[in-house]
Structures are given as C-alpha cells and as structure tokens.
Design a protein around this ligand. Structure first.
Ligand code: NCD
Length: 304
C-alpha cells in the first residue's frame, strides 16, 4: 500500500493489518512514540473538519512527526489556484504524507497519480466517494464491541446515498465478512445497491422500526446538506419523527445494541440526545479509535 485513496486499493490482509496495528497501539500506547520521528505530514483540507483533521495531526505528533495544516480558506485557493498547482507547491516541501479532503470525487487519487515517490497520499474524504480511515475506525470500534464481523447485523440509517462514510464502511465491512447490512432512510437517500458489488450483504428497509429489529449495531448518518443540489431537503422535525433514532427504537434492537455516528451529529434530527449520550453509544469510542487508526495508517504507509 503506497497511498490510501479508497478501501478498494487495499487487499484484505492489509486492512486487517492496519486494524491490528491500531489495536496494538491502544494496548501498548507508549511503544510507538516517535516511531516516525522527523517525518513530515501536511494536512490539506478544502472542506470543514474537526475530528478527522485533528486526529491526523494528533496521530502524527504521537508518532514524532512534524505537521503543517493548510486549509483552502486563507490559502492561494482563494486566489484561484487549482488543486494540482497547490499540491505541487506542497510537494516542494518534501512531505512524507499528504492528507487531503476535497469536495470533488477522485481528488485524492488525482494527487496520488502526480505525487513524487516517497510521498504518500491519504484520502480524508472526497465528495460522496470515499472516507477510508473513517471506515477503518468504524470497523475497529465494531470489532472491539462485537468480536467477529460475521456476527454483526448492522442497520445504516439516513442519507446513505450522499455519504462517503457509508460507501467506505459498506465496502470495508463486506470485505471483512460482516453478517448483514440493512439500509434505511428516505427513498431519495438510498443508493443503487449494485455499486457495492454482488457480495455486499445489503438489503433495504422502508421503516426504521423494521430496519433496527434484532440488529446489534446501528450507524446513524446526517443529511449531507452541502452535497444535495436537486432534491428536496426534508423538514428537520418531520425527519426526526420518521428517521431519527430514539430510545424507543433500542427496545426493538438486540440487547446492548451498539450505536455509531461518524459526527458531526445533528441532535434532534437523525439522533436524539438520549441515544447519542446513552449507554449504548459508541460515538466517543469512535473518535478515540480514530486517533489510533490514523496512527496505524501513517505507520503502515511509512514502514512499507
Ligand atoms: C464525515 C465526513 O466528513 O464525511 N465526518 C467525519 O469525517 N467524521 C461525516 C459527515 O460529515 O457527515
């Protein structure tokens, strides 16, 4: 693995190796301190981010790397510079890793194609296409809570069609042998199933109550307002009544059903505070695992 642009560029052994590496970093937190000392990571973000950008920065610092943060706002992007030209400028600083988030699908692989040898490009989200490190942290969180992937019955609820988190999670969990993934949300928000390949254990449920019945994991997704151009956006209160996860839904799911959300959460829309802050919620564990997964990805890329 030279770049991490999408789940599809990795084989299953590599994906499991990164999960195992992240878990060993959790179990032995000091043993990787300064393992990549002197290396340089540049974060290049064209879209807002809290968790992803900060955790890449924290992960790099934990490994002893130096970090430079570039955001489109305040950079020459505002003067009309295109992505490739900005990247060439960044490349001239000889970074070992460039983490890129961009609204255009394929942006990270465009940069991977023009990167010089020794520079690893990592996709931190490209349009609706992919968010591979989010999928890895979701998989790690599920594995910690539920063990075998084959035992996982996951309901994925909300704006799945415009979610790069959902797309990467479906591709990764399918490769890892997940038992079942149920998709649920307004019809406009359900993607075409054939885009995930024949082996994806996907089914579509119309009603939230049916989708969560018997599931041991539920992943809630926010409406991707910034990516929806030609569809009507549902009213928030109405959406919450029909598609928002509330305590009453947990009674229908398996006992101890785990709740995931990649953040940012819109409380009172796709998820109620009672669920987000309740005992079944793994939302904070996801954020914490994000640090270790990103350490694992950086260490794996820089050591291979
Ligand atoms: C996600 C993203 O940017 O795709 N955020 C994240 O990285 N945790 C999810 C979202 O914005 O809804």
């Amino acid at each position: 693995m030279n770049h991490l642009t999408d789940i599809t560029v990795c084989n299953e052994q590599e994906l499991v190796a990164v999960l195992d590496l992240a878990q060993s970093m959790i179990d032995r937190p000091d043993s990787f301190d300064h393992a990549q000392s002197g290396r340089l990571l540049i974060n290049l973000f064209y879209e807002p981010s809290t968790r992803t950008r900060v955790s890449f920065e924290a992960a790099a610092i934990r490994l002893g790397m130096d970090v430079i943060n570039v955001t489109a706002a305040g950079s020459s992007v505002e003067k009309g510079e295109n992505l490739e030209d900005t990247f060439f400028t960044i490349q001239a600083m000889s970074p070992d890793c460039v983490v890129v988030r961009h609204p255009q699908e394929g942006a990270a692989s465009t940069l991977a194609d023009i990167a010089e040898p020794g520079t690893h490009v990592i996709n931190a989200g490209d349009g609706i296409a992919a968010h591979p490190t989010q999928a890895l942290l979701d998989a790690l969180t599920l594995r910690q809570a539920l063990g075998n992937f084959s035992d996982i019955r996951l309901a994925m609820v909300g704006d799945i069609r415009h979610s790069r988190v959902a797309r990467s999670a479906i591709l990764l969990l399918t490769r890892l042998g997940v038992g079942e993934i149920r998709l649920c949300g307004p019809q406009d928000f359900i993607p075409a199933l054939d885009s995930f390949g024949e082996s994806a254990p996907l089914s579509v449920f119309k009603e939230l109550e049916e989708a969560v019945a018997g599931c041991n994991a539920i992943m809630m997704l926010r409406i991707q307002h910034e990516r929806i151009t030609s569809l009507p956006i549902p009213d928030a209160d109405e959406y919450h009544r029909r598609w928002g996860l509330q305590r009453k839904h947990l009674d229908l799911a398996a006992p101890d059903c785990r709740i995931l959300h990649p953040g940012p959460m819109n409380r009172g829309v796709e998820i109620s505070s009672a669920v987000a802050d309740g005992p079944n919620s793994l939302v904070r564990a996801q954020v914490r695992n994000g640090l270790f997964v990103r350490m694992g990805v950086l260490h794996h890329l820089l050591s291979s």
